[in-house]
Write a protein that binds this ligand. Structure first.
Ligand SMILES: Nc1nc2c(ncn2[C@@H]2O[C@H](COP(=O)(O)OP(=O)(O)O)[C@@H](O)[C@H]2O)c(=O)[nH]1
Ligand SMILES: [Mg+2]
Length: 199
């Protein structure tokens, strides 16, 4: 799929006030600093469409980007950032939960997992929650340019092994790098297929 246009449409603190034009939507979610904004920029071929920040926990609302005038990418606030107050964390959690459960146009949640670190409890718990609630999702392993192919493969297997404690079948996954564009064509192809099925 060619990206002809990518436009920031705004940041919305609640699902209820998000765009209501019925266009299909894909959400990016994961721990702060996992590479959500970088991956959105990479997919859209833009350097600074989504804000990339070294300060975790900055994206505090649902950020909407309209792609090719036809579908949305949504940059969700990162979960599990310890340096904010519990109250702030709870309200983020509620916003994300409400969005994921109530957003009818959400086609798929892209759950980002840093391939460089061992399986994290918070990621596994979040994925299990998505499963329980029946929210469609796939996994995107990020920052794989920082490791060898073999290391990457081992890390993914480790993660899958942890998932198999709760799941009978493994969710689909993509291996990505915002630095080398790895995974770009596959993810855009995946989105294009779903969009087509929706037409
Ligand atoms: N090497 C490498 N670094 C990355 C990649 N993606 C993100 N980063 C870095 O990780 C940090 C957090 O990225 P960001 O996109 O802001 O994460 P977010 O908080 O999930 O939106 C930044 O310093 C990025 O430059 C990647 O694919 N490879
Ligand atoms: Mg971000």
């Amino acid at each position: 799929m060619n990206i002809k246009s990518a436009t920031y449409m705004g940041s919305f603190p609640r699902e209820a006030i998000c765009p209501k034009d019925g266009k299909p939507e894909y959400a990016f979610i994961g721990r702060s600093n996992v590479g959500k904004s970088s991956l959105i920029n990479m997919l859209c071929n833009r350097k600074e469409l989504a804000r990339v920040s070294n300060k975790p926990g900055k994206t505090q609302a649902l950020n909407f980007y309209l792609i090719n005038e036809a579908w949305y990418l949504v940059d969700l606030p990162g979960y599990g950032f310890a340096k904010v107050s519990k109250k702030t964390r709870d309200s983020w959690g509620k916003m994300i939960e409400q969005y994921l459960l109530e957003r009818k146009t959400l086609q798929c949640a892209f759950v980002l997992i840093d391939a460089n670190i061992p399986p994290q409890k918070i990621d596994l718990e979040f994925i299990n929650w998505l499963g329980q609630k029946g929210v469609p999702f796939v996994l995107l392993f990020t920052k794989t340019d920082r490791m060898s192919k073999l290391q990457c493969q081992r890390q993914i297997e480790l993660f899958q092994k942890a998932l198999l404690q709760h799941w009978e079948t493994l969710p689909q996954h993509f291996v990505t790098s915002a630095l080398t564009n790895l995974g770009r064509e596959d993810i855009l192809g995946y989105i294009a297929n779903i969009n087509k099925a929706n037409e």
